[in-house]
Design a binder for this molecule. Structure first.
Ligand SMILES: CC(C)(COP(=O)(O)OP(=O)(O)OC[C@H]1O[C@@H](n2cnc3c(N)ncnc32)[C@H](O)[C@@H]1OP(=O)(O)O)[C@@H](O)C(=O)NCCC(=O)NCCS
Length: 188
């Protein structure tokens, strides 16, 4: 059994693609633990997270404790036509007469944001997200999150995210999702 990492954040810093790949197992552990997913999910997601590092505008921020263990992770990249998520959101926007040009022309897709459960509730997720967006390319940022009164929702609202799509069903997932967005840059 893996011991729980020390919860206190010592530093938050940007990770290069090489640095994330070198710490991928650790990053995926934070992800499955935060989301409450079975450990096997990490194995499935590894190749995808690795491939995402090659996408234009990719940017990653991590939070570390005093033993240099990863306790929080966030990343995203510039979304583009042909990508699965882009096409799903486009389909959703078209179905409700939404503004495809405004949202899907030049956006940073916030793909992942997770804080280890032992370190949640103290503002760390907000700080990772702020650091990620301060250096992000794109004139808007978009994300999807399951509907429901979660901490993630409160965080996104606090940071000024508005509704883009509500109760949306992505192909292959029965849960209703919201797609949220806001303009960039983020005020310093
Ligand atoms: C969503 C998630 C990343 C947010 O990270 P977090 O560190 O827990 O959340 P926040 O940065 O918003 O901080 C949490 C609380 O600390 C408070 N806070 C903010 N700054 C603070 C500070 N400097 N000191 C103390 N508390 C602070 C906030 O008011 C917030 O309160 P609330 O959640 O009751 O509204 C994290 O909870 C998580 O990993 N959840 C599971 C995975 C998930 O849902 N990911 C998103 C998928 S879309």
């Amino acid at each position: 059994m893996t011991a729980a990492p020390s919860p206190r954040c010592d530093r938050i810093s940007e990770l290069t693609a090489d640095q994330l790949r070198a710490r991928l197992t650790e990053a995926l552990h934070v992800y499955v633990t935060a989301m409450g997913y079975p450990p096997s999910t990490a194995t499935q997601r590894g190749p995808m997270w690795s491939a995402h590092t090659m996408r234009p505008g990719w940017r990653c921020v991590g939070a570390f404790n005093d033993r240099d263990e990863l306790i929080g992770i966030g990343y995203g990249y510039l979304g583009a036509a042909g990508q699965w998520w882009h096409e799903q959101v486009r389909r959703g926007l078209l179905s409700v007469g939404g503004d495809v040009d405004r949202w899907l022309t030049d956006y940073f897709e916030l793909t992942e944001l997770h804080v280890h459960p032992g370190s949640q509730g103290g503002g760390l997720g907000g700080e990772i997200l702020r650091r990620l967006l301060l250096g992000a390319e794109g004139s808007t940022v978009l994300l999807s999150t399951p509907e429901g009164p979660t901490r993630a929702w409160r965080l996104y609202r606090r940071l000024g995210f508005d509704d883009v799509l509500r109760d949306y069903r992505f192909t292959g997932d029965p849960r209703p999702f919201a797609v949220l967005g806001r303009s960039l840059p983020l005020a310093d």
